[in-house]
Write a protein that binds this ligand. Structure first.
Ligand code: MN
Length: 245
């Protein structure tokens, strides 16, 4: 099984996004023949929102590639992130993705894993937790969907870019176990689920950190600068890096 996250397609501009999209398609086509499943662990798109009659422009190579492999019978899972949580059937019916809106415990190769994008987990980030509930609420969606997408999508893309830029500086280094919310979340969960590996994206920092119960906190990194991904073979996770070509 292969796990990748945080490509944030759409930023910083069309040319660089297209380059990363092509690399992602190349990577999928490379690993898919040997994969039992591929997991997209969120924030694949910097902004994704499905209206009943329209979806954001672009990403045709990736969407076509995903559809091709699901047509072949390969399970491709999508755990939407905070940038692309607004999928309501299009990616599932059109591209065959299996969409998981909550984190899940999985058995992979005989070992327990917990998979989630990672936004809103762990201590702190209270304002985001409130925003997430609002953004996902049917009333907010109904209001947002009444706006013309030329306006609403542009506004959301602008906000999305701003939110990422605000975090960019603090994101580069591991802040220490105390200050890493996802590590703290995994640590707390590991008391109830020892020997489980907790796999997240969201943090844009690839890493694997042991937990007291024998499990690990694993971050898949990103497809923005690290081009990192997680390979799980016979239950053994390994962080890998794609050589951009
Ligand atoms: Mn995220």
């Amino acid at each position: 099984m292969f796990v990748v996250s945080d490509a944030h397609l759409g930023v910083p501009g069309p040319a660089q996004s297209l380059e990363r999209e092509k690399q992602l398609v190349h990577w999928i086509n490379t690993v898919a023949p040997q994969a039992q499943a591929i997991v997209l662990l969120g924030d694949v798109f910097d902004f994704w929102y499905e209206l009943k009659q329209a979806v954001p422009r672009g990403y045709s190579r990736l969407l076509g590639c995903l559809s091709h492999w699901t047509d072949q019978g390969l399970p491709i899972h999508f755990f939407p992130g905070n940038h692309d949580m607004w999928t309501y059937g299009y990616l599932a019916t059109e591209c065959g993705l299996q969409v998981h809106h909550q984190g899940e415990f999985w058995n992979v190769g005989g070992r327990p894993f917990f998979l989630a994008h990672g936004d809103g987990l762990g201590p702190g980030d209270h304002s985001y937790k409130v925003f997430k509930r609002i953004f996902r609420s049917p009333f907010f969606r109904w209001c947002f969907s009444r706006l013309h997408p030329n306006f609403s999508f542009a506004l959301a893309q602008w906000l999305s870019r701003r939110s990422r830029a605000a975090h960019a500086e603090a994101e580069r280094h591991f802040l220490g176990e105390e200050r890493e919310w996802l590590y703290q979340y995994a640590l707390q969960q590991s008391r109830a689920y020892p020997s489980t590996d907790f796999v997240f994206g969201h943090r844009h920092l690839p890493g694997m950190h042991p937990l007291p119960g024998g499990g690990r906190y694993i971050n898949t990194g990103d497809w923005l600068g690290h081009f990192s991904y997680l390979k799980i073979q016979q239950g053994q996770p390994e962080l890998c890096y794609w050589k951009v070509q």
